[in-house]
Ligand binder design. Structure first.
Ligand code: 9MR
Ligand code: ZN
Length: 565
């Protein structure tokens, strides 16, 4: 032992003299070229070091060439990255100066260990505390991406579902009756079976369905290694959406559900109330037109059918320029997805239809439309920008193309800028509202889209930080995806999970919410006095922070697919 000490000393000194004690890795180069193994600095006994919630990092891990950062408590000065198998310290560095996180109302410090690229399982140690173990390796997320997609299988409606613990006989197979805007039955009936249950409830709503379809298909299209399963998965939803179109007018019913929500512990087949179809809406019809036109480039064998459905929906939009936004008819209490402004949905539809058909009348519509951004179900402008920029081809108008690029890039630069001022490296500021996790992944999606038109590695790196936030690098040290990480969401507001007593894996929680609770008193009481990033409770009753939804999953799926995680 005595002879070892001078040797270790020399090694330590050597390490201290170089700015890069671990193997040098160019953080801007994701190619993961093999680099020399880092020099072991010394060994620590991990058994005396306890886990601390205050050391927040990606609970799954990092790829060798990617940036690697953790958030640490203010009272830390330096940190070590220690291999779990043998306690060898492979990297050591000082923490940053303190930084104030407005979202968590705390002073924190950053630990940057980007230069460590040696594959292995590690913990970050600061003082006598450590992080959860995490991986450095080529595939640190393992089956996460697949799980976020497979979750949609368990949301299937109208079929005998073979889904392990969450299997059930066919649900919601009855005929739906059509309601008018006052909630009176019109006398019409329609079979609209199929599709995915929207969220923790069993409603099926066109507006969020269109977002989900778009994100999954774009994730498929823009991934370097697309998952072939995406096309089959999405087709299930498209078939249902097609049934939601009114043959006569081309308009699309906003949603189908029972009048209210059923008990939280009921499997889908136990919800047997009358299904009601709410009136046709402009947002649903425009979203439908957009989703069908977009889908037409992925399913060549049914291209004409999809484009015909899209065109009829578009014609309805042209025939109904001023219809008011959707609100639930009297007596209907399920998800509203109300949105008084259908201009962005119409713009998206026009861009998809133009991309698919090259129709110059539609081009004129686009040229006269207001440009806007957004990837959530309320504001959908960015889907339109993406369609035009990626698929208008040589029919594109040069001036308009430039305007669209400028808008997308300026949106992304805003996200980059906000992320720079946030110690967690994300872009919400203090705006954590219902579905904040989708806001996180949608901002990552905006960054990745902008990166297609502006060559700057920061887009990808900041998108990665957003992903790290979702799986542990956040003020609650929570992994917001069920079944993954060391402290995953366990008690989602999701009926099949509650009924079975176990969360379906791969679901993304809504996340912290300091805004409207919609009457969720579990969250309302819990969050009193808490800062925005901590307004989350892993409780099945908290629908305003701990529900799950197909379009939150699709948003995260896009990010995972495009980042190749
Ligand atoms: O995701 C929706 C969120 O943006 C809204 O603020 C909230 C209240 O209107 O509704 C959310 O959507 C819910 C829908 O209405 C019903 N199914 C569950 C959805 C997720 O919580
Ligand atoms: Zn069902």
């Amino acid at each position: 032992m005595k002879r070892l000490i001078p040797l270790l000393l020399i090694l330590c000194l050597l390490a201290a003299c170089t700015s890069n004690p671990a193997s040098p890795a160019d953080s801007s180069d994701p190619s993961n070229e093999p680099s020399p193994s880092p020099t072991p600095l010394r060994t620590v006994d991990l058994s005396g070091i306890t886990f601390s919630e205050g050391i927040q990092l990606d609970q799954l891990g990092y790829r060798p060439g990617d940036p690697k950062k953790a958030v640490l408590p203010e009272n830390t000065t330096d940190f070590q990255i220690v291999r779990t198998s043998d306690g060898v310290v492979l990297f050591e560095e000082n923490t940053s100066d303190p930084a104030y996180s407005e979202a968590s109302d705390e002073l924190v410090r950053i630990a940057d260990f980007t230069v460590l690229s040696e594959p292995g399982e590690y913990v970050l140690v600061a003082g006598d505390s450590r992080s959860y173990p995490f991986l450095i390796g080529d595939n640190p997320y393992g089956g996460l991406r697949k799980a976020t997609l497979d979750f949609l299988h368990t949301q299937k409606c109208g079929v005998d579902l073979d889904a392990g613990l969450w299997s059930h006989p066919a649900c919601h197979t009855g005929i739906a009756v059509v309601l008018d805007k006052d909630g009176e039955e019109t006398g019409e009936e329609k079979d609209v079976s199929g599709g995915w249950h929207d969220a923790g409830d069993y409603g099926r709503y066109i507006v969020p369905a269109a977002q989900t379809v778009a994100q999954l298909l774009l994730g498929y299209e823009l991934a370097q290694n697309p998952d072939p399963d995406v096309l089959d998965a999405v087709w299930f939803e498209l078939e249902w959406m097609l049934k939601m179109q009114d043959e006569a007018s081309g308009g699309v019913y906003h949603k189908v559900s029972c009048k209210g929500f059923n008990a939280l512990n009921q499997m889908p087949d136990k919800e047997t109330g009358q299904l009601v179809l709410t009136p046709i809406s402009a947002t649903a019809t425009a979203d439908f037109a957009a989703a069908m036109a977009l889908a037409s480039r992925f399913y060549p064998e049914v291209k004409d059918l999809l484009l015909d459905a899209a065109s009829r929906a578009w014609q309805w939009c042209l025939d109904n320029p001023n219809v008011p936004g959707f609100t639930n008819p009297r007596g209907v209490r399920t998800g509203e997805y109300g949105d008084g402004n259908s201009n962005d949905e119409r713009f998206w539809a026009a861009c998809e239809l133009f991309a698919a058909t090259g129709d110059e009348t539609i081009h004129t519509y686009i040229k006269n439309a207001d440009l806007s951004t957004g990837l959530g179900w309320v504001n959908m402008g960015t889907y339109g920008l993406a369609a035009y920029l990626l698929h208008a081809g040589d029919k594109a108008d040069a001036g308009l193309t430039q305007k669209m690029k400028d808008l997308l890039i300026s949106e992304a630069k805003g996200i980059l800028n906000r992320s720079k001022y946030d110690p967690y490296g994300i872009s919400l500021g203090i705006k954590y509202s219902w579905g904040s996790n989708m806001a996180v992944s949608n901002n990552a999606m905006t960054l990745l889209l902008a990166g297609l038109f502006d060559d700057d590695e920061q887009y990808r790196e900041t998108a990665l930080e957003h992903m790290h936030y979702l799986v542990g690098k956040n003020a609650l040290n929570k992994c917001y995806i069920s079944g993954f990480g060391h402290d995953p969401m366990m008690n989602p507001h999701h009926r099949p999970s509650v009924a079975v007593g176990q969360a379906v894996p791969g679901m993304v929680a809504g996340g912290p919410n300091i805004g409207n609770t919609g009457g969720d008193n579990t969250l309302g009481n819990y969050r009193e006095g808490l800062p925005p990033m901590k307004c989350y409770i892993d409780d099945k009753e908290s629908f305003a922070s701990n529900e799950i939804a197909i379009y939150w999953n699709s948003s995260v799926y896009f990010v995972l697919a495009v980042l190749g995680l």
